[in-house]
Design a binder for this molecule. Structure first.
Ligand code: AMP
Ligand code: ZN
Length: 479
C-alpha cells in the first residue's frame, strides 16, 4: 500500500504520516462558533475532516477525534443579550441544527463533541499554569499571554516578529498578522455581559484557550493531527501552540492540516462578506444532501473550491451515474463465469483509489480511478463481456469508495424530510418537474427503466404524481 503523505503547515512540506502511537490517530478539529447556522464554506472544511478520518480508518487506524463547539464569544453574547435569553439557550438551537446538518451530509460523529462552556474549569487551570510559569500578565482584570516570552511564536504562520512591539495587546479574538500582539486568555466582564466567577477572577475565556484546554484534556499533551480552514492558521492556531507548548514544554501538534476556502465569485464565503448559503437553503432550492457532500469532497482540500450552479449540477449527475451503475450491476442478467481482465481492472482501480487518497487526500484523482472503472465496466456490460463473477469484486471496490465518499445510498429524500424539507417543505417548480419528466421520457426511450423509475420515485417523494398516457405521453399532478 502507498505510504500516507500529508502536507504539514508547520514544516511547509508534504511528509509521511506516522502517528505517535501505532494504530491510533489523535485528531483535533476546530468546530463552529454556534452563533448562527453554519454555511457551506464551513461544511467544506468539515467534509474534508470527515474524509480524513474515514480514510485513516479504512487504513486500519483507530480514530480519536475531538471537535469543539465555540458556544461563548462576542457575537453570541451580543445576540443572546438582544434576544434576552441566556447564552446556553441561545446556542442550543444552532448546536442542534449543526448536528442535524452533519447527519444530512453523512459526517461521522467525532468521538468527542465538546462545548466550550462545559470546560471553563479546564481553561482556568491552564491559564493558572501559564501564570505560574510567567507567560501571562493582568491588565484591567483581563489576562494576556505575553508572546515575547515564547520565542517560537510565529512558527506555524511564519510571521515576522521583528516589527512587533512587546507588551502591546489586542482584545478582539480575530485579528490579522499585522495585529500580532499579546492576546487575551481571559476577559474581564463588561457590564451586562455573561461571566463566570473563577479562581482567576470573574470573566470569560478568550477564544483560543478553549481549543488548547479541550484538546489536551481528551487527547493528551501531543496530538497527531490538528486541522481547520486556512483562516485559522493565524492567529487561532498560532495562539493554540503558544498556550499549549508554553504550559507543557512539549510539542502540541505533529501534523497541522489546513483546508482552502470555498469561494463564491472568487471571494471567500463568509458571513461578513454577506455571500453565504446555508445547507438548508441549498436543499430548499432542490439540491440533494448527497450532491452537496460529493461536491465538497470532490475538490482536494488544499485547492480552493469555487462554488457555482454548474458545479452543483455536475456533482448531482456524478452521483446519479454511480447510483445508476450500481443499480445496473444488481439488475443486469450477466453471463456466467468471470473475466480475468476485469479482476485485474478492479484491483488496479482499488489500488489507484487508495494511492490517490494516500497522496495528501487527492480526492479528485481517487474519483477519477472509480469513474474510469465504472466506464470500463459499463462498456464491458454493453458488449456482453461482463460476467456474473465480476459483479462482486466491482461492488467491493464501490464499497471501499463509499466508505470514504458516502454518497451511494439513495436516502436523500429521507434526509430532507428529517430536516423538515420534504415534499411539504420545498416546492418543486413547474420548470423542474418538466425537466425531470423530459429526462424520464428519454430514459424510457432508451429502455433505461431503472433511471425512469428512479425519477418517478423522486418526483413522488416530492409530491408529484406521474400518469403515463396511452399515446406514450405523461401527465403530472401535485398530490
Ligand atoms: P468558524 O465557525 O468561523 O470558527 O468556522 C468553522 C470552520 O469553518 C473553521 O475551520 C473555518 O476555517 C472554516 N471556514 C470558514 N469559512 C470557510 C470557507 N469559506 N471555506 C472553507 N472553510 C471555511
Ligand atoms: Zn480551535
Amino acid at each position: 500500500m502507498a505510504e500516507i503523505l500529508f502536507h504539514n503547515t508547520l514544516t511547509g512540506r508534504t511528509e509521511p504520516f506516522v502517528p505517535l502511537v501505532p494504530d491510533e490517530v489523535k485528531i483535533y478539529t476546530c468546530g463552529p462558533t454556534v452563533y448562527d447556522f453554519a454555511h457551506i464554506g464551513n461544511f467544506r472544511t468539515f467534509v474534508f475532516q470527515d474524509v480524513l478520518r474515514r480514510f485513516l480508518r479504512a487504513r486500519g487506524f483507530r480514530i480519536n477525534q475531538v471537535m469543539n463547539l465555540t458556544d461563548v464569544d462576542d457575537r453570541i453574547i451580543e445576540r443572546a443579550a438582544a434576544a434576552a435569553i441566556g447564552i446556553r439557550e441561545y446556542t442550543e438551537k444552532y448546536i442542534q441544527a449543526f448536528l442535524d446538518d452533519r447527519r444530512a451530509l453523512n459526517l461521522e460523529p467525532p468521538e468527542h463533541i465538546v462545548r466550550a462552556t462545559d470546560h471553563i474549569g479546564d481553561m482556568v487551570r491552564l491559564i493558572q499554569i501559564l501564570a505560574e510559569k510567567g507567560f501571562t500578565y493582568t491588565s484591567e482584570g483581563s489576562i494576556y499571554f505575553r508572546i515575547a516570552k515564547f520565542p517560537a511564536y510565529g512558527k506555524l504562520s511564519r510571521i515576522n516578529m521583528s516589527g512587533i512591539q512587546a507588551g502591546t495587546r489586542v482584545d478582539v479574538d480575530r485579528y490579522d498578522k499585522a495585529d500580532a500582539r499579546d492576546f487575551a486568555l481571559w476577559k474581564a466582564p463588561k457590564p451586562g455581559e455573561h461571566f463566570w466567577e473563577t479562581p482567576i477572577g470573574p470573566g470569560r475565556p478568550g477564544w483560543h484557550i478553549e481549543c488548547s484546554a479541550m484538546a489536551m484534556k481528551y487527547l493528551g499533551q501531543t496530538l497527531d493531527i490538528h486541522s481547520g480552514g486556512v483562516d485559522l492558521t493565524f492567529p487561532h492556531h498560532e495562539n493554540e501552540i503558544a498556550q499549549s507548548e508554553a504550559a507543557t514544554g512539549k510539542q502540541f501538534v505533529r501534523y497541522w492540516l489546513h483546508s482552502e476556502h470555498l469561494l463564491v465569485d472568487h471571494e471567500k464565503m463568509s458571513k461578513s462578506v454577506g455571500n453565504i448559503a446555508t445547507l438548508r437553503e441549498l436543499f430548499a432550492q432542490g439540491a440533494k444532501p448527497s450532491t452537496v457532500r460529493f461536491l465538497l469532497a470532490s475538490v482536494p482540500y488544499r485547492r480552493q473550491l469555487n462554488f457555482t450552479e454548474e458545479s452543483v449540477q455536475g456533482a448531482a449527475s456524478s452521483v446519479e451515474r454511480l447510483r445508476n451503475f450500481v443499480a445496473r450491476l444488481r439488475a443486469e442478467k450477466l453471463p456466467p463465469g468471470a473475466d480475468e481482465g476485469m479482476a485485474a481492472r478492479v484491483a488496479k482501480a482499488s489500488e489507484d483509489f487508495d494511492a490517490a487518497l494516500a497522496d495528501d487526500l487527492n480526492t479528485a484523482q481517487a474519483l477519477a480511478a472509480i469513474f474510469d472503472l465504472v466506464r470500463d465496466a459499463n462498456t464491458a456490460m454493453d458488449r456482453g463481456e461482463f460476467r456474473q463473477g465480476d459483479a462482486a469484486p466491482v461492488l467491493g471496490a464501490l464499497e471501499r469508495f463509499d466508505a470514504i465518499f458516502a454518497v451511494l445510498t439513495d436516502d436523500d429524500a429521507a434526509k430532507l424530510r428529517a430536516l423538515g424539507i420534504g415534499a411539504a417543505g420545498a416546492v418543486v417548480t413547474e420548470a423542474e418537474i418538466e425537466a425531470l419528466v423530459a429526462e424520464r421520457q428519454s430514459a424510457r426511450k432508451r429502455r433505461d427503466f431503472q433511471a425512469s423509475d428512479r425519477i418517478r420515485n423522486e418526483l413522488s417523494e416530492r409530491g408529484i404524481i406521474l400518469e403515463d398516457t396511452r399515446d406514450g405521453g405523461v401527465r403530472w399532478k401535485r398530490k
